[in-house]
Design a protein. Structure first.
Length: 160
């Protein structure tokens, strides 16, 4: 039981690095054609969905395969817990990226902590560049310390 919990937790943590690499090298690489619309201003977008939403499948399919193989095999049963970890990371990603950062659903408007502001700053820095190259901040949960230190004008006024 403890081993399975460790597998799930390690997978969730590992997915941050997988997502970072996929974002930097695939989404801003040869799959830019799917990701480009995500970097366009909202007024240029048509409809609710973006081509970028196809990346849900890129991560959901391996998770699904892990569930199937993990439940059907005595030898590879541990894959079930890898699949659970991928799913948990996917849920975290959806809630933070799509719901909190991009406000595609109006659920978490009141989050306010140093960490949540740092996530917003890092993601804002990423979206400041609308091109395929020369981006920064490709991760989601692990935020460069420099984004904890920055304060916008509103935060500076509130501090005084």
């Amino acid at each position: 039981m403890l081993v399975n919990i460790v597998i799930v937790l390690v997978t969730v943590l590992g997915m941050e690095f997988v997502a970072w690499a996929a974002h930097k090298y695939l989404m801003h690489g040869w799959l830019w054609i799917w990701h480009e619309d995500h970097h366009k201003p909202h007024y240029e977008k048509e409809g609710f969905f973006e081509k970028n939403d196809l990346f849900f499948l890129v991560f959901a399919i391996p998770s699904m395969i892990c569930y199937i193989v993990g439940t059907l095999s005595d030898t590879y049963g541990w894959l079930l817990f890898v699949g659970i970890g991928i799913s948990i990371y996917g849920l975290i990603y959806f809630l933070i990226h799509d719901v909190y950062i991009h406000q595609r659903f109006k659920w978490f408007r009141q989050l306010d902590s140093k960490y949540s502001r740092a996530i917003l700053r890092a993601h804002g820095a990423h979206h400041a560049n609308t091109q395929k190259e020369a981006g920064e901040s490709f991760g989601l949960l692990i935020v460069n310390p420099k984004y904890f230190k920055k304060r916008n004008r509103e935060e500076q006024v509130q501090a005084h």
